[in-house]
Design a protein around this ligand. Structure first.
Ligand SMILES: NC(=O)C1=CN([C@@H]2O[C@H](COP(=O)(O)OP(=O)(O)OC[C@H]3O[C@@H](n4cnc5c(N)ncnc54)[C@H](OP(=O)(O)O)[C@@H]3O)[C@@H](O)[C@H]2O)[C@H](O)CC1
Ligand SMILES: [K+]
Length: 507
């Protein structure tokens, strides 16, 4: 699913109208017809449409007409200055008038008390209110009669369905411009609006569906912002399929540097996740004093310790991907080891946990490894790496991740609710995962999965996107029956879920 801003909508509309000669009223009618599919007409009969005078309002007026045409009871309120009504909204208003559908008008300068009372009563007597006051055209504070109406809708509400965006939100930034409709459902057009990704907007947007307005795919592709929400089809289309002619060399050889005394679990989880994700060969490099414990647990993997220099060099040279950092300790030795592996390797390298901690103030060591480094920080690690506060990163996580990836020529996977994956140009938001997974070992598991997918030969960026998706997808399935979901439970489910996806793509 594409992510877009107010600017993306405006730009696309202009291109469609000016270059492709698609009249705006045609796109508006498409928007109207796609929106009414989500108005639950099989459940409800009484609707109120509250429209502004921009094109979002025009959508509302057309929706009112289509509802009426389907035998529904519809009341329409139009708010705003009639001198400003857009041509498409005017056309839809004229049709309503010609059809004798009554529209109550709230002028911004006039005395509206009676009409506001009427609105309250109508809300009480209706099933659903369709909110079309503002869409992507709202960028400044909501005041006066607009504010009064939104407050009335929020306090007298039954069901509220917002068209394109809940009125009151800045579609690009997610800022609430003074007051905002609290929607039960938002029916948005073409793009999942970037502003909806801001955590604070969740209480306003309700369930979001994204519908098309009939813009040809190649036009959208040409003008989109390279920002997406990962879809299950993207993942199914990218994972490596097993067939009867495959053998272990086809599925990569990966090395994982992880673990230290007291942190053998991290090394175990990362290696086991790589094994279960389908790697042909997995070798764990760890301290000698934990090697035996791990060897006894990771029966399908190999282990090596740091004293075996020749063997380690060979592993680094021949690996198709290297994972580095889980449970290694935030110390000088880890930094030296990181530098050593970075210098000796040529393959993609995924750095997490203590690998990231030692990068703080040393980020320059990544500079010579262009385009093959993936870092997987959580907010705290990102804050240490960038020097920016956690709250700032939270507020601006898309842009912070993008800028950091671009500056350092790396892929950043920024963990959290709706994990971000970006190379500075393309950005994916991961929609899977949940709070039952917020416990130790999850990051180690993800590192193992990413290392494995890259090692198997998936395109690097896509491998990271797929690993994040499948990791959270399994967590979502397990959390339906488990209060907490642990990394080992995720690991155990990886083969069956991968198989499910693989079978579907081979059908
Ligand atoms: N391609 C598509 O996705 C299509 C989407 N459509 C719909 O069109 C809207 C965008 O329509 P637009 O006319 O650009 O903007 P809005 O309707 O959202 O808002 C503009 C009107 O709102 C007034 N306004 C703005 N801010 C305020 C405010 N704070 N207080 C009062 N009034 C405000 C603005 O007045 P100005 O004084 O600023 O001129 C306008 O009157 C999109 O969201 C979709 O719903 C199309 O249907 C088809 C293609
Ligand atoms: K709206």
């Amino acid at each position: 699913m594409r992510i877009g801003t107010s600017m993306s909508t405006k730009r696309l509309d202009e291109v469609c109208v000016n270059e492709y000669k698609i009249p705006l009223i045609v796109m508006m009618e498409n928007a109207i017809l796609s929106a009414i599919k989500h108005l639950d007409m099989d459940l409800y009969d009484k609707y109120i449409v509250v429209s502004g005078v921009g094109n979002n309002g025009g959508d509302g007026l057309g929706i009112a007409r289509q509802l009426k045409a389907r035998g529904k009871d519809v009341k329409v309120f139009v708010v705003g200055s009639m001198e400003k009504i857009t041509p498409c909204s005017k056309t839809n208003l004229d049709i309503l008038k010609a059809m004798n559908i009554s529209c109550r008008t709230l002028d911004i300068k006039g005395e509206n008390i009676n009409i506001l009372e009427e609105l309250k009563t109508s809300i009480k007597n209706s099933d659903v209110l369709v909110d079309c006051i503002f869409g992507t055209g709202l960028e400044r504070e909501v005041k006066g009669v607009f504010k009064d109406i939104i407050n009335i809708i929020n306090t007298n509400k039954n069901l509220v369905y917002s068209i394109d965006v809940p009125s009151g939100i800045n579609a690009t930034t997610g800022e609430i411009l003074g007051v905002c409709i609290k929607a039960d459902k938002t029916i948005s057009f073409e793009f999942y609006k970037r502003g909806f990704l801001k955590y604070e907007t969740k209480e306003y947007i309700g369930d979001v569906v994204v519908e098309h307005v009939g813009i040809p795919e190649h036009i959208i592709k040409k003008y989109d912002d390279n920002e997406y929400i990962t879809s299950i089809d993207f993942v199914k289309g990218n994972i490596k399929s097993k067939n009867k002619f495959s053998f272990k060399n086809n599925f990569g050889k990966v090395t994982i540097f992880a673990g230290s005394k007291g942190f053998s679990g991290a090394a175990f989880i990362a290696s086991e996740a790589a094994i279960k994700s389908g790697s042909g060969l997995v070798t764990l490099v760890c301290d000698e004093d934990i090697q035996d414990i791990i060897s006894s647990k990771v029966s399908e993997g190999m282990t090596a310790n740091y004293k075996e220099e020749n063997r380690i060099n060979k592993l680094i040279e021949t690996s198709s991907a290297i994972g580095f950092g889980c449970g290694m300790g935030d110390n000088k030795l880890t930094l030296e080891r990181l530098e050593y592996v970075l210098n000796k390797s040529n393959c993609p390298m995924i750095i997490d946990a203590d690998g990231l901690n030692v990068l703080k103030n040393n980020i320059n060591i990544l500079k010579k490894c262009e385009n093959r480094i993936i870092i997987t920080p959580h907010l705290g690690e990102m804050s240490r790496l960038t020097g920016k506060s956690i709250s700032y990163i939270k507020e601006n996580r898309l842009d912070v991740a993008k800028e950091f990836a671009k500056e350092n020529n790396i892929i950043v996977l920024l963990k959290g609710y709706e994990t971000i994956i970006t190379d500075g140009n393309i950005l994916y938001i991961n929609p899977t995962g949940n709070s039952a997974m917020a416990n130790g070992g999850m990051g180690d598991c993800l590192l193992g999965m990413i290392t494995s997918f890259i090692g198997q030969g998936l395109e690097i960026f896509n491998a990271v996107v797929c690993a994040a998706y499948i990791h959270g997808y399994i967590g979502d399935i397990l959390s339906k029956k488990l209060y907490t979901v642990n990394a080992t439970q995720i690991i155990n489910e990886i083969p069956s879920i991968m198989n499910e996806f693989d079978i579907e793509i081979n059908l």
